[in-house]
Design a protein around this ligand. Structure first.
Ligand code: GAP
Length: 459
């Protein structure tokens, strides 16, 4: 299986992902998605939205502001507890996440590090809202999209008349001032999440939790992740966040070169049963209960976040099942799982066998001879017609010989290449080449759209 280094190199070479602020030496923990990266990432998000919103009857969407009232983070518990343990080395003066650093690691100043005692470091990015930068204007960039869903629960409920069970989905940026961002887009300071808060009646939560774990696992495998590279990991009671009744993490084999197989896997998504913890924190007259047992009564919230259950004639606080995925980690997993190196007649080829729905470009139209006006014009025409009629991202490329053009499209995962040649001018047919099998078929120009639609499906 491909390692991270090869993926990083491909991403830069072909314009998927670049170091953030590269021109000025970079900004640690930030990455920019290039021309192909933005297409791939958008396709990942679209495939998620399609499955979890459009193809279900029990979901609504939402898009909240990233900046939120500070009180959201007071009553969610983030101000008090959203921290990682940090240590400083007294010798090299560097900072590390205590639970991730090897105490025997060599210090750049010689011998082993000399660490301070661990202390909590809050991961939220602080900022101020408005022209006066004092404490009263302090707020944070959201560290998860979830809180926006909880505080909008009543707005969505009232405006849609939904009955339990139903869910709210949101995709958006989140920010965490990670102590040690690392491993490319795996752990970064600015990232995107795809989160669902699925509201259910208490007592049905375990069953819904199980359903969502299966549903989410299948999403990855249906889009091409090999099941042997994806694992379900049920958190042990001592690992659970204090508010979670159960959590199953989906772990992908991000680090295949690690010797210990268990260490090859890390989280791409977590599916938690959060009970009524969040709605209790944010409801009028509710309270936040911290892990150490301290209680913070909510004296600021304006609305009750309850649901009227007509069966029991009671107002209840729904339970929440939360499938929470990282867009960047999912994108990385799809890139890694689709990467292949193959020996073919004319040498080696690198090919991204991406699911067509995820492929940044669906069809490339290539003229056999770029200096033949008839061939060139026909190719351009085919590209424009396909793009307009089907909406597929279709490109025209004449910047190299046909062999090189095929290799280029293979390496970026384009499922189909159409070649326009001299026969095209005679009989109005083109060659359609399949990325994975490299087989070629002759298809009439008039029949192209239907032919490709049969293969590309829902793209
Ligand atoms: N609302 C729950 C929540 O945010 P989380 O496990 O902290 O849970 C969910 O985050 C997902 O977000 C993770 O499984 C991961 O895919 C992604 N994620 C979290 N922190 C990240 C980071 N620093 N860089 C990239 N992705 C991250």
């Amino acid at each position: 299986m491909v390692d991270l280094e090869k993926i990083i190199s491909l991403c830069k070479r072909r314009g998927f992902i670049f170091q953030g602020s590269d021109q000025y030496g970079g900004l640690q923990g930030t990455w920019d998605y290039g021309p192909l990266g933005v297409e791939l990432k958008n396709n990942v998000k679209r495939a998620w939205w399609r499955r979890v919103v459009y193809e279900r009857d029990d979901m609504e969407g939402l898009d909240c502001a990233i900046l939120m009232n500070r009180l959201v983070f007071k009553y969610s518990g983030h101000e008090d507890t959203f921290s990682d343990p940090m240590v400083d080395c007294r010798k090299c003066k560097k900072r590390f996440r205590a639970d991730q650093v090897d105490p025997n690691e060599k210090c750049s100043e010689g011998d082993k590090h000399d660490f301070t005692e661990p202390r909590p470091f809050n991961l939220m990015f602080k900022t101020s809202c408005g022209p006066v930068a004092d404490e009263s204007n302090t707020t944070y960039l959201r560290p998860e999209t979830a809180q926006g869903i909880f505080v909008n629960f009543k707005n969505v409920l009232d405006s849609t008349n939904r009955k339990l069970p139903f869910g709210i989905a949101q995709i958006g940026k989140s920010y965490r001032n990670e102590i040690t961002p690392r491993n490319f887009i795996f752990r970064v300071r600015e990232f995107e999440q795809m989160e669902i808060e699925f509201f259910v009646k208490p007592g049905t939560d375990d069953e819904w939790h199980k359903k969502w774990v299966e549903n989410r696992f299948n999403w990855y495998t249906e889009l091409g992740i090999r099941p042997e590279n994806l694992r379900k990991y049920e958190q042990k009671p001592e690992e659970l966040a204090h508010y979670a009744k159960a959590t199953v993490d989906l772990l992908y084999r991000f680090f295949p070169d690690r010797e210990d197989e268990n260490k090859q896997f890390d989280e791409v998504e977590g599916i938690a049963n959060r009970t009524d913890f969040d709605l209790t924190c944010h409801t009028k007259g509710g309270k936040l209960v911290l892990a150490d047992g301290r209680e913070i009564p909510n004296v600021h919230a304006i609305n009750k976040l309850t649901y009227f259950d007509h069966e029991t004639n009671q107002h209840i606080l729904p339970y929440v099942v939360e499938p929470s995925a990282g867009v960047d980690r999912a994108t990385l997993a799809f890139l890694m799982d689709s990467y292949c190196e193959e020996t073919v007649n004319d040498g080696q080829r690198i090919v991204l066998k991406l699911h067509p729905e995820l492929a940044p470009i669906k069809v490339a139209v290539l003229p056999l001879k770029k200096n033949n006006e008839g061939i060139r014009n026909t190719a351009m025409q085919i590209k424009n017609t396909l793009m307009k009629k089907s909406g597929w991202r279709t490109v025209y490329d004449d910047t190299a010989g046909i062999g090189k053009l095929y290799r280029r499209q293979d390496e970026i995962g384009t499922p189909f290449c159409i070649t326009v040649d001299f026969d095209t001018l005679e009989n109005q047919t083109v060659t359609v080449r399949d990325r994975d099998t490299m087989t070629q078929e002759r298809v009439k120009i008039d029949a192209l759209q239907e032919y490709l639609a049969g293969k590309l499906g829902n793209c």
